[in-house]
Design a protein around this ligand. Structure first.
Ligand SMILES: Nc1ncnc2c1ncn2[C@@H]1O[C@H](COP(=O)(O)OP(=O)(O)OP(=O)(O)O)[C@@H](O)[C@H]1O
Ligand SMILES: [Mg+2]
Length: 247
């Protein structure tokens, strides 16, 4: 089962800057893939397009088998719940504690208060920050902030986690920690698409590598793992522990 499919996706900014040109690829559920390419290659644009944050000019994008380009705007939040995203600069709310940052993503969906508190604590524990629930982002290390970002990205038990250069602002020790965390999330069934410039990580982890250059997909190197577990059937996340009731 494909969790993400792009078919001939094109995006030009201001009628001049070609950010994506005829990009086609698909990700299996549970797969881990790196997205690489020089600055300006189109990596962040691709992630924004999948999140339906920017309209594409041509082509089609499907998430878990559902095409997102023609769906009514009111349905977009439901599609987004299948996705999680983390960023290089974490994008945490500075005036909120770690737990409030995670809870915020649930509050906007109107879940009951008790459930929100429970999930907030649970997710922070899962990323190893159960004891730091009440601290503010500026009191955390870069690795700690990214863990909060990851906890927030997991609130809807996403089928696909997209990471836009998630280790770009981190020291080597924190990079290791965050990669281990992403790998454990992937092992539990969440597909991961990770944009990165970090050649060392790409070579070490041997996952599939999608390469963009000036908006074109110029390379698609398969995973070098002999038998990846991502062949699991069905589109549901294998993990039951992150499941929230649909509202
Ligand atoms: N909002 C925008 N308006 C105009 N042009 C844009 C916009 N966003 C991106 N671009 C252009 O689209 C192209 C792709 O940019 P994008 O940010 O996707 O690259 P990237 O691969 O993520 O680069 P980096 O590695 O530096 O993050 C660039 O030429 C960029 O200038
Ligand atoms: Mg970028």
């Amino acid at each position: 089962m494909k969790i993400l499919s792009l078919e001939g996706v094109c995006k030009t900014f201001s009628k001049r800057w070609v950010a994506l040109y005829n990009v086609s690829f698909a990700l299996d559920s549970g797969e881990f893939a790196f997205l690489v390419g020089p600055s300006g290659a189109g990596k962040s644009t691709l992630i924004s397009a999948v999140l339906a944050q920017i309209p594409i000019d041509d082509g089609m994008i499907a998430i878990d088998g559902e095409y997102i380009d023609n769906i009514p705007r009111r349905k977009i939040p439901y599609i987004r719940r299948k996705l999680g995203v983390i960023f290089q600069d974490f994008k945490l709310l500075p005036d909120m504690t770690a737990r409030e940052n995670v809870e915020f993503a649930l509050r906007v969906c109107g879940y009951p208060k008790k459930l929100i508190r429970m999930k907030g604590n649970e997710l922070l524990s899962q990323v190893g920050l159960g004891h730091k629930a009440l601290v503010y982002p500026h009191e955390l290390s870069g690795g700690g902030r990214q863990r909060v970002g990851i906890a927030r990205a997991l609130v809807h038990s996403p089928l696909l986690l997209m990471a836009d250069e998630p280790t770009g602002n981190l020291d080597p020790h924190a990079i290791e920690e965050i990669m281990e965390l992403l790998l454990s999330i992937n092992k539990q069934g969440t597909a991961i698409l990770m944009a990165t410039h970090n050649i060392e990580l790409i070579e070490r982890y041997n996952f599939r590598v999608l390469e963009l250059s000036e908006g074109n997909l110029i390379g698609d190197r398969p995973s070098r793992h002999e038998s990846r577990e991502h062949k699991s059937e069905g589109s549901q996340n294998d993990s039951t522990q992150w499941n929230l009731p649909e509202i």
